[in-house]
Ligand binder design. Structure first.
Ligand code: KIV
Length: 273
């Protein structure tokens, strides 16, 4: 078996090797993406929209995340398994935040991710003090889409760009081991990558980061709505549609199940001959 990827391995990759991260939400897909050799598997709260059909990530609960983390962890991936902290699991108090992050670890996550910059620095510090590795998430923070004016590009104007760079530095000081930068101007993400010593992992924020992350269902062509920065590497929707349509046709025409998918009693065989 290949060596397990640890938080330390991820940090050491900065400036040496690109980090490949992807989401997965369950046992089956975690096994497959892990076989593909990714470095980080994120059980993202995007599961709420992608799998459960919710309108945003705001309704996602700890119970949902714990179930998905537990399922993904059963695949015992070689990649580092990160559990995403859902909305309201780390904002109400530092005690709640540490407790909820601890529950993620108890279900098999090896680190947690939280959204926000300087405003969550104290939360990050407390989690790290408790022995919980934390991944930051700045730029577009979907759990705050109501506050920040929707799912819009970030860091285009100077004050916002400066705030993103400041946030990254605060998170680094607080102890995160890596930072996701979402839907942010590529030059700003590049500046953050230069300014912090921990790896930056980008989604829709250009090529200069230390790594990239995408949502699995987006790259497989299974998402209802795909963000403009996602690249579709396969069209599984068409493949599934075709397979299920052929199955339905064969059942209706009496072609499936054939003899090879059936078994018969001895009495039947003796009647046959
Ligand atoms: O929930 C998620 O999938 C994420 C990634 C898009 C970074 O936070």
């Amino acid at each position: 078996m290949e060596k397990k990827v640890t938080v330390r391995d991820i940090v050491k990759k900065k400036g040496r090797e690109k980090i490949v991260a992807i989401t997965a939400y369950d046992y089956v897909t975690t096994r497959i993406v892990d076989q593909a050799g990714v470095d980080i598997i994120l059980v993202g709260d995007s599961v709420g929209m992608v799998v459960h059909g919710l309108p945003s990530t705001i309704p996602v609960t700890m119970d949902m995340m714990l179930l998905h983390v537990e399922s993904a962890a059963r695949a015992r991936p070689r990649a580092l398994l990160v559990g995403d902290m859902p909305f309201l699991s780390y904002e109400t108090s530092i005690e709640d935040a540490v407790y909820n992050a601890g529950l993620m670890l108890k279900k098999g996550a090896e680190a947690v991710k939280i959204e926000g910059g300087s405003e969550v620095a104290d939360v990050v510090k407390a989690m790290v003090r408790a022995g919980i590795p934390v991944m930051g998430h700045i730029g577009l923070t979907p759990q705050r889409h109501l506050l920040i004016g929707g799912y819009r590009k970030r860091g285009v104007r100077k004050p916002e760009a400066e705030k993103i760079i400041e946030d990254a530095k605060e998170l680094e000081k607080a102890g995160v081991f890596s930072i996701v930068i979402e839907f942010t101007a590529a030059d700003v993400a590049e500046e953050v990558t230069r300014e912090v010593s921990v790896p930056t992992i980008c989604i829709g924020s250009g090529p200069s980061c230390d790594g990239q992350i995408l949502v699995l269902h987006d790259i497989l062509g299974l998402s209802e709505q795909t963000p403009p920065f996602a690249k579709k590497y396969a069209d599984l929707k068409t493949i599934i549609l075709d397979a299920v349509s052929r199955y339905a046709k064969e059942v209706r025409e009496g072609v499936f199940p054939g003899r090879e998918h059936s078994f018969y009693s001895e009495a039947y065989n003796s009647r046959e001959g």
